[in-house]
Write a protein that binds this ligand. Structure first.
Ligand code: HEM
Length: 450
């Protein structure tokens, strides 16, 4: 940090590194909010592995993600954490390679394509809800993961994986905890050492690899004899201008990426929805009223969604308060400047949806769940960069339409059949891993609706 008289952005002073590193392990969200509150729009977070810089203003967030985006790569920290699982998949690849892959994958995510999955989403939500009984208690985070996992498997591969879907979920959860623990820990044991955790990680990686390769090779063996319309088929047939297609390795990386990025985030959106509705009965009642007015108890269809504005507002508000992607990180590849501070090559810059979405300069009563705030044109009034659950700029989420469609349809299907109440005394705490999860799940009692 050199220009402007060697000024460093403000941050915790004294001998904070160990303390802040520990706080980072213990309470990331608390740390981010505290730093933003105490040190302002550009703040420095000193940790053992080097300073991190947090941008806390919509204009600066827009600078990072859109205007100055060519000066940055995805952060090396998040890449190291996910490389083994995601390879060169869209989430972490860079440069020309990323551009080609995004070009090849984009048509699979056009709205018309995505809309074809609407019926599958409703059907699988109904199938899961059919297993539930009034009066019983379930962990809704677990239920929503199982539901979105089935939807991801069916829309990606056009098939179900009997007996394997749960194992896939467990493997993904373990690997996320494992890799993030390694990225955040001040000392890292080499992955090649045969510790129990390293050995389990290897087993889980191998399980996922062999599963995805098996599905790809079954497809290749079928050739054109069977017509598939799922995402994998679209990726397999995608052709670049020069006639080239994805190799099995690239297909594996993209499939794994869509699998991870696609089901977990949407499961969390849904889990937080049931929690927030149960805590806010007036909002829940208004949602029920809208659903019965428009659907009258029947299953939702794509065409219904435009007549369900409050449902859309609920989804927006859930993504504001509990954004599954709560922190984005970039590493600078050329010098940059934010808010008058110069950042040299190699700086790690952070922006946090969780912090920005709860900033009282932009949201009234920011910690309150008030879906109606989205019904009077708030989205148009907010400056770009104040609300970005799906990121922004060229690296914006490719699955945004898919996720919004799935969330709305699953909520509309399930909320007509059941109402959920948090089990008394059950602690609900966001756990910031790669995504923002409820640490102890969300145990709820189910009540059938008439
Ligand atoms: C509520 C659900 C979701 C949320 C909150 C979410 C959030 C995000 C965010 C914030 C990014 C940008 C990351 C960055 O800039 O560093 C991203 C990227 C991405 N998301 Fe999502 N996502 C969701 C659902 C999905 C779904 C359903 C899919 C696929 C089916 C998906 C696939 C991807 C991919 C492939 C990327 C990387 C895009 C690229 O860099 O070209 N996401 N997502």
């Amino acid at each position: 940090m050199s220009a402007n008289g060697n000024r460093l952005p403000p941050g915790p002073q004294g001998l904070p590194i160990l303390g802040v590193s520990l706080e980072l392990l213990r309470d990331v969200l608390g740390l981010l909010r505290r730093v933003a509150r105490e040190y302002g729009d550009v703040a420095r977070i000193p940790v053992l592995k080097g300073d991190r810089f947090l941008l806390n203003h919509p204009d600066l967030i827009e600078q990072l993600l859109v205007i100055q985006q060519t000066k940055f790569n995805k952060s090396t920290v998040s890449k190291e954490a996910t490389q083994r699982l995601l390879g060169q998949g869209l989430l972490i690849s860079e440069g020309d390679f990323w551009r080609r892959q995004r070009r090849l994958a984009q048509p699979a995510f056009h709205r018309a394509r995505i809309n074809e999955y609407a019926a599958t989403m409703v059907e699988l939500a109904q199938a899961h809800a059919r297993e539930w009984r009034s009066g019983e208690t379930r962990d809704m985070a677990h239920e929503m993961t199982a539901t979105t996992l089935d939807i991801a498997v069916r829309t990606l591969f056009g098939t179900t994986l009997p007996g394997e879907a749960e194992q896939v979920g467990r493997a993904m959860t373990f690997l996320m905890r494992y890799s993030l623990g390694r990225a955040r820990s001040p000392v890292t044991i080499p992955a090649s050492w045969p510790t129990p955790r390293n050995r389990r990680a290897n087993r889980e990686y191998e399980f996922l690899d062999s599963l995805v390769y098996r599905i790809i090779s079954e497809r290749q063996a079928q050739g054109n004899s069977v017509h598939h319309t799922d995402l994998l088929a679209l990726l397999m047939s995608a052709m670049d201008e020069d006639g080239s297609q994805m190799t099995p390795r690239q297909l594996r990386d993209e499939t794994m990426t869509l699998f991870l990025a696609g089901h977990e985030t949407t499961a969390l959106t849904l889990s937080w929805t049931w929690y927030l509705l149960s805590e806010n009965p007036a909002a829940e009642a208004r949602l029920h009223q809208e659903l019965s007015g428009v659907l009258g108890g029947r299953a939702p269809e794509l065409a219904d969604l435009e007549r369900l504005p409050y449902l859309q507002a609920v989804v927006n508000e859930v993504l504001r308060l509990y954004p599954p992607a709560y922190l984005l990180a970039r590493t600078s590849i050329t010098p940059s400047n934010f808010g008058g501070y110069d950042f040299p090559v190699g700086s790690t810059i952070l922006v946090s949806q969780y912090v920005m979405h709860r900033d009282e300069r932009f949201y009234d009563d920011p910690d309150a769940f008030r879906p109606q705030r989205w019904l009077d044109g708030l989205a148009a009034r907010l400056p770009a960069g104040a609300y970005f659950p799906f990121g922004d700029g060229p690296r914006r989420c490719i699955g945004q339409s898919f996720a919004l469609l799935e969330s709305a349809l699953v909520i509309a299907t399930i909320a007509q059949k059941f109402q959920f109440r948090l089990v008394a005394g059950h602690p609900v705490m966001p756990e910031p891993l790669v995504t923002l999860r409820p640490r102890h799940g969300i145990r709820m009692t189910l009540q059938a609706r008439r």
